[in-house]
Each structure stands twice: as structure tokens, then as C-alpha cells.
Design a binder for this molecule. Structure first.
Ligand code: G16
Length: 543
């Protein structure tokens, strides 16, 4: 085994964000950039000697080349075994499952999620720990500290084996095991939802369009929906993963999944529409003429999850990220279970799931998951919806409107201002933070502020505290505006403004959220000076 020790120096800015390190692909491809970061990960997690790691990614441009480097570095640093998805492919939830199932030390997952791919696009790398979930902040902080002190990295001089054939090969002292990326995931899904019941639903003529957005979920969705569940061929569209996602953003939102949204609001709409993102952890669900907001999806799934076979005992608790609407809180209250409000980032759910305090988690950013893995899981959410539709014998629209009748409707929208200057974003947030004490009592666009704060989270399982997680402004009429900067962008800053208001009266549940929230939107702009500071007249993305 020939290990080369290469001298290097720290590279600026290798700081993991909301979900690992995300940068332009061209940045990741600069000489030594990937190598430095991988060595920092290896050292930041305490070394990999004698350990087993799962490696895979969403198949985007540079995925295979990066994996070859990572394998040579894991071998050079003494890892015993690398379990790799065939052709380097593993969806994020499938990687989480493999780590857990195989008792691995952790995993290296390559993805920039919903961000575009290709030489001009984005790339990303995150480390997941033994529970299958994204590394918590103590570990990402240790990784970042290593990136700032690195003097050398270790890499094998031998080439990595091809990733196309299943089975075991040797790379230096390490075994490289290439596995079917789909098989174990399908087996897991079968334990959670009733395949037989969903098969009957499809056999009765229920129609679905699942848009895999030319990303990693295609093969998983084909195997399960069109294979095991008998949905007609063509149910899964854009099913073959492409290194540049066909030139699109693999983000299941109204802008980037516009075709699906158009179809679902047309006379040709099937019974259900769904899509997932680049690495298969996000999802969106639509019914005929209705798009289910991710916050509502969490609430509806939580209220109905006992109908699915893997969740017959009901819920231990529900967790949502702070900017996610409070619809799930109403379900938790009715069920008499705890509701946890965490910062944005799936990594914050891991401890709650491990401690058995939450069963289902969700985020406004199109993420839902349960204690079956430690990542959000797009296809799982779609299967759970299908199982609930089959169990209740109702359409998506009927289920959602009935939910609103029972709990009231939390009108919700998120406005994103993408690629604004970092200075403008930082200044806006700094000024908001500076005004927190003086906001209560003041009136903006007719709405009076009752409380304003900067969200901080104390993890109830280990007492760790995470501060500065977003400015919350509560109005006297119960409406809420939240401001934060995205931690996943790769260009300038992205300002996210989350807006919501509660409507208990069922006769007022069929309105357009943008209209209902117009006052809150105007108040948010008046408070933060968004238009004036960013020079934008409208958000780039409205979810
Ligand atoms: C990641 C995180 C999510 C987060 C989302 C958006 O998702 O895992 O928890 O909600 O980013 O984060 P931000 O608002 O900071 O951009 P994904 O699907 O991108 O891995």
C-alpha cells in the first residue's frame, strides 16, 4: 500500500453550513480543495482507522471523481471498509439507512441537494454520524477547526476501483464494497407502509405523477411505485438521474417543478402529484387543484400516521424547525404529545429521535421524515401520503380541507430573495437584531408587534445551546414573520422571509395565501426594509 503524504495549507471558507459544505463545483474541483476538506473531516471526527464508512452521492457532476479521491483517502487513513452505492449513487435517506443497518461509523454523502449541478453548478459534502444523521454542530465545528490548521493530507497512490460492479474489492488495506443502492431502502419502506393496500389503490385506477427531476430518486421511485406497487409505467417522470439534472434546479417548489404544478391545476391532473429533490430527501405533495404546503403536510401526516402499518402505536412527539408553521403544534396539542421547535437544519432532530422523544419531524423547506432514518425522506413521505389516502378513501384535497376544518388553517408562505449581496443581507439582519427591544408596541402596515426575539434553541437531551437562529416577530393578531439568511446557498446571500397567520373559520379556508398574508408581507417589508436594502421589488421564489 503506497500512501502519499501531501503538504498543504488551510483553505479559507471551508465552513460547513446548514447541511455540510456547499460550494460551486468549480471551487470543489480546485487542486487540493476536496482533499483538504476530506482530511479535515477524517481528523475532525476522530480518525477512521479500522472503521466502516458509507459513501455515496446524488450522482451530480464530479460525484464519481470525488468518490474516487475519498476512497483513496479513507484507505490511506486506515479505514477498514467503505460501503459504496453502485455507480456512486445513494439517496440521502438511503445512505442514512445503510449507515444504521450496517452499524457503520458514519458516512460521507455528496450532494448540494436542491441546488443545480454541473461544472457551473454546485457541489457539496456532508458527514453523517453513526445514527445515520448529519453531524451535529460540535462535530462540524471540530471539522472546521481542522480545516484551519491542516498541514498535510494522506492519499493512496493507487487508483480506486470502478464503482459499477457489485461486490467486494480491495484498495490498499481497505475493502471497497459496492452495494445495490435501492434494495435495502425498499425493504425498509415495506416495514413502514402497507404495500398491499397501496397496490390495491393503484389497481383501482388511482393515478399519480412522481417527478424525480432527473435526480437520484428516479431508480428508487421506479422500483417502488412502478415495480413493487404496480403503478402504471410512466408514473415516474424524469426518472433517469443526470449529472446536471437536465439543466434544472432539482428543487420541488412551484418555480422549479413548474410543470408538475401546472399539471395538477389543469383538467388533466392525476389524483396526486409529487416530486423530490437532487438527493431525494425533500418532497412536495399535490392533489387535484391543491398544493399541500410542507408545513401542512407535516401536520396532516402527524395526525394520520397511526393509520400506517409502521406507526400503529402513534406518536411519541412531533418536531418542526422554528420557521415551519404552527399547524403541527395544533396536532401535537390535540394528541397530547410534545412539540419541539428546533433551528433550521435536519441535524437538530437527531438527538430527539435517538432519545425516543419525537417520531415525526418536518420543515417548511419541503422536508418530512420519521424515526426510521435520521434524514428527511422524500419518497417515504409520498408513500405515507399514499397509504393514508388508501386508508381513508379520500382525495388529497378532502383530507387537507378536513384537516383545516378540524384544526383551523395556518396560512403560510416563504419569500426568498436569492443572491443578494452578503453585505446587504448581513446588514439587514444586524439592524433587525439591534431593533428587537424597540419593536414590541410599534405598528407596521397596520399590524402591531407583540413580541420580537432572536431564536435560540436548547437541546433538551444534551443541553447544548444554539443561538442566532432567526429573528421572529409576533403580531398582536397572532400572525408571525421570521427572517433569516439561508445556510445552503453558494452565491452572495439568500434572505428567507417566512410569513404566517391562523384562520380558525372554515368558511375562510379557500383563499389564496398571498392575499390573506398581504398585510403580514407588507409589515415584514416595513420592519426589515427589504425592497429598499436589496433593490428587489419581488421575491425570486415564493413557496
Ligand atoms: C437543508 C437542511 C434543512 C434546511 C434546508 C434549508 O436541506 O437539511 O434542514 O431546512 O437545508 O436551509 P437554509 O434555509 O439554511 O437554506 P437540504 O435539502 O438542502 O439538504
Amino acid at each position: 500500500m503506497n500512501v502519499e503524504t501531501v503538504s498543504t495549507a488551510p483553505i479559507e471558507g471551508q465552513k460547513p453550513g446548514t447541511s455540510g459544505l456547499r460550494k460551486k463545483t468549480a471551487v470543489f474541483m480546485k487542486p487540493g480543495y476536496l482533499e483538504n476538506y476530506v482530511q479535515a473531516v477524517i481528523e475532525g471526527v476522530g480518525g477512521v482507522e479500522g472503521r466502516t464508512l458509507v459513501v455515496g452521492g446524488d450522482g451530480r457532476f464530479f460525484n464519481d471523481k470525488a468518490i474516487a479521491v475519498i476512497l483513496r483517502m479513507l484507505a490511506a487513513n486506515g479505514a477498514a471498509r467503505a460501503i459504496v452505492g453502485q455507480n456512486g449513487m445513494l439517496s440521502t435517506p438511503a445512505a442514512s439507512n445503510l449507515i444504521r443497518k450496517r452499524g457503520a461509523f458514519g458516512g460521507i454523502v455528496l450532494s448540494a441537494s436542491h441546488n443545480p449541478g454541473g461544472p457551473e453548478g454546485d457541489f457539496g459534502l456532508k458527514f453523517n454520524i453513526a445514527n445515520g444523521g448529519p453531524a451535529p454542530e460540535a462535530i462540524t465545528d471540530a471539522i472546521f477547526a481542522r480545516t484551519r490548521a491542516l498541514t498535510e493530507y494522506r492519499i493512496l497512490t493507487e487508483e480506486a476501483p470502478p464503482l459499477s460492479s457489485l461486490g467486494e474489492t480491495r484498495l490498499g488495506g481497505m475493502i471497497v464494497e459496492i452495494v445495490d443502492p435501492v434494495k435495502d431502502y425498499v425493504a425498509l419502506m415495506e416495514t413502514l407502509v402497507d404495500f398491499e393496500r397501496i397496490r390495491r389503490l393503484f389497481a383501482s385506477g388511482f393515478s399519480l405523477r412522481f417527478d424525480a427531476m432527473h435526480a437520484v430518486t428516479g431508480p428508487y421511485a421506479k422500483a417502488i411505485l412502478e415495480g413493487a406497487l404496480g403503478a402504471p409505467a410512466g408514473t415516474v417522470v424524469n426518472a433517469s438521474p443526470l449529472p446536471d439534472f437536465g439543466g434544472h434546479h432539482p428543487d420541488p417548489n412551484p418555480v422549479h417543478a413548474a410543470d408538475l404544478f401546472r399539471l395538477m391545476f389543469s383538467p388533466e391532473a392525476p389524483d396526486m402529484g409529487a416530486a423530490s429533490d437532487g438527493d431525494g430527501d425533500r418532497n412536495i405533495v399535490l392533489g387535484r387543484g391543491i398544493s399541500v404546503s410542507p408545513s401542512d403536510s407535516l401536520a396532516v401526516l402527524a395526525a394520520n400516521i397511526h393509520l400506517a402499518k409502521g406507526y400503529g402505536e402513534g406518536l411519541k412527539g412531533i418536531a418542526r424547525s422554528m420557521p415551519t408553521s404552527r399547524a403541527a403544534d395544533r396536532v401535537a396539542q390535540k394528541l397530547g404529545v410534545d412539540l419541539f421547535e428546533t433551528p433550521t437544519g435536519w441535524k437538530f432532530f437527531g438527538n430527539l429521535l435517538d432519545a425516543g422523544r419525537a417520531t415525526i419531524c418536518g420543515e417548511e423547506s419541503a422536508g418530512t421524515g420519521s424515526d426510521h432514518v435520521r434524514e428527511k425522506d422524500g419518497l417515504w413521505a409520498v408513500l405515507l401520503w399514499l397509504d393514508i389516502v388508501a386508508a381513508r378513501g379520500q382525495s388529497i384535497a378532502e383530507i387537507v380541507t378536513e384537516h383545516w376544518r378540524t384544526y383551523g388553517r395556518d396560512y403560510y408562505t416563504r419569500h426568498d430573495y436569492e443572491g443578494i449581496s452578503t453585505a446587504a443581507g448581513d446588514e439587514l439582519m444586524a439592524d433587525l437584531r439591534a431593533s428587537l427591544e424597540t419593536l414590541p408596541g410599534r405598528t407596521f402596515a397596520g399590524l402591531r408587534v407583540s413580541v420580537a426575539d432572536d431564536f435560540a434553541y436548547e437541546d433538551p437531551t444534551d443541553g447544548s445551546v444554539t443561538r442566532r437562529q432567526g429573528v421572529r416577530v409576533l403580531f398582536e393578531n397572532g400572525a408571525r414573520a421570521v427572517f433569516r439568511l439561508s445556510g445552503t446557498g453558494t452565491e452572495g446571500a439568500t434572505l428567507r422571509v417566512y410569513l404566517e397567520t391562523f384562520e380558525p373559520d372554515p368558511s375562510k379556508h379557500a383563499r389564496d395565501p398571498q392575499e390573506v398574508l398581504a398585510g403580514v408581507i407588507a409589515a415584514a417589508d416595513a420592519i426589515a426594509g427589504i425592497r429598499q436594502r436589496t433593490g428587489r421589488t419581488a421575491p425570486d421564489v415564493v413557496t
